[in-house]
Design a protein around this ligand. Structure first.
Ligand code: GLY
Ligand code: MN
Ligand code: MN
Length: 466
């Protein structure tokens, strides 16, 4: 919808005359009680000295083009600590406590006040009153008060933490050939105003908290995974040669949205043929051909939590002998890596396990001559944390119970590789989401077939499929 500026002005004037606040209604929540968020904040506060202050800022609204913005997604740290999904808000944690307008607290929340004219265009917002009532964030102040509060508070603090940097850390100035480094500007500004104040942009305690999932998070993550598994099944059942990659993407994301996922956790990767060898391929425009493998790496985002699953399947419903040989090798690597995901194991344990299986197997097949060459065909890590972010926060120390990681080995052989051309155009990754527990690893995505026989059975189960 595009309106001439005069129409917009007229509508704004009319709006000022007549717009009223509509009641705030929360259509759906994540089911995590405000007390749980409060416990998280208290834990973070308790792990810092009275001389520190911690500021968490909402993600920026990003412009897509002209007057259209990208769909909004909250900053994950702020989401983890408040449950607030709205833009233009901030959480200030004050371990030593702070009094503002007669209220003493270790936490202050800031959010845009309600504005009927703006809400006519961009939707109903919660504002401070509802933030207090619905999210239990007290006191909730108007966003514009943040600067004044910081001015008063930071004179008496020696360290300010701004977790994971700023919403937009730097902005490129193309013609000038330079960048505006927002973090440096902020450091300079703080230094002038509060000499001696130290700015820290990493919050290890928060990363360590997010690394271990509580029961609420595991419930939401499992829901995101279950939605994703159903969507994968539907996609694989309906796949047939001649379909464009985007058709497969459409089936996948249709099932995500239909099941209530609000978004994808990252752009869907549907790489057929050679495109399966591009690790983060997102174009998804090629038309599949008989004999292609399709690598699908997709994850639904549900209440902020994302799945991250990859399956590689033959578009025609049958693996060729070469595809099957390499597939079985990746599967063996994944099994070995999953088995190594034990409490107390170093974070790299899964990668070491997967890499050694793939190196040995590629040598046996004559694709490489020495184990050092394995990185040519398996060039990424095997695991990352999973949660609110697809590459979630964590400390990369030993594996802890309650942590969820991916296990995702792969082999990618683009055309022109220095091996027998019969291996060319094969890109395979198998990725599952693994919960670390005291009694061993639990595959949260186990119900989606991984073995080539089971994939072929699934793909050929429906007579309508091909
Ligand atoms: N989907 C991105 C990744 O697997 O890390
Ligand atoms: Mn992954
Ligand atoms: Mn993935």
């Amino acid at each position: 919808m595009k309106f001439p500026i005069a129409v917009v002005l007229a509508l704004l004037l009319l709006g000022q005359a007549g717009a009223q606040l509509l009641p705030y209604e929360r259509y759906e929540s994540d089911g995590i009680p405000p007390d749980v968020y409060r416990e998280r904040r208290l834990h973070l506060v308790a792990s810092h000295t009275d001389r520190a202050a911690i500021l968490l800022l909402s993600a920026d609204v990003r412009n897509r083009q002209n007057d259209v913005d990208y769909e909004y997604r909250q900053n994950s740290n702020l989401l983890y600590l408040t449950g607030c999904t709205e833009p233009r808000c901030a959480l200030l944690l004050v371990p030593g406590g702070f009094t503002w307008n007669g209220t003493h607290s270790t936490e202050l929340f800031f959010i845009e006040p309600r504005n009927p004219d703006r809400e006519t265009w961009t939707g109903i917002r919660m504002g401070p009153t509802e933030a207090e009532r619905v999210l239990g964030l007290r006191p909730a102040l108007e966003y514009s008060a943040l600067k004044e509060v910081l001015d008063s508070l930071l004179r008496h603090r020696d360290t300010l933490y701004i977790a994971s940097g700023l919403p937009t850390p730097s902005v490129e100035l193309p013609i000038a050939g330079t960048r505006i480094e927002v973090e440096q500007l902020l450091r300079n500004w703080l230094h002038e105003r509060f000499p001696g104040l130290i700015l820290r942009t990493s919050l290890r305690t928060l990363a360590a908290m997010r690394e271990v999932k509580d029961a609420h998070e595991l419930r939401l993550l499992q829901k995101a995974i279950d939605i994703t598994l159903d969507a994968f099944e539907a996609t694989m059942r309906n796949a047939k040669p001649g379909m464009a990659e985007y058709e497969l993407e459409a089936i996948m994301e249709y099932h995500f949205r239909r099941a209530g996922a609000e978004d994808v956790g990252y752009p869907s990767i549907i790489g057929s043929g050679t495109n399966g060898c591009i690790l983060h391929y997102q174009t998804n425009r090629r038309t599949t051909r008989t004999g292609d493998l399709v690598l699908a790496d997709c994850g639904a985002e549900y209440r902020g939590y994302t799945a991250d699953i990859t399956r590689t399947f033959p578009i025609s419903g049958r693996f060729s002998p070469e595809q099957r040989q390499l597939y079985l090798l990746v599967l063996e690597a994944q099994d070995s890596a999953i088995a190594s995901a034990q409490v107390g194991a170093p974070f790299r344990a899964t990668h070491r396990a997967a890499e050694s299986v793939i190196a040995r197997g590629l040598m046996e097949l004559g694709i490489i001559e020495s184990p050092n060459e394995v990185r040519r065909y398996f060039m990424h890590g095997t695991s990352h944390y999973l949660g609110l972010d697809v590459h979630d926060a964590g400390t990369y120390g030993s594996l802890r119970t309650g942590t969820v990681i991916t296990v995702e080995p792969g082999i990618y052989i683009p055309p022109g590789s220095p091996c027998d051309p019969k291996w060319w155009n094969i890109g395979i990754r198998i990725e599952d989401d693994i919960l670390i527990t005291d009694s061993g690893p639990v595959n949260l995505s186990a119900r989606l077939p991984r073995h080539p026989d089971a994939i072929e059975a699934l793909m050929n189960a429906s007579p309508a499929a091909r």
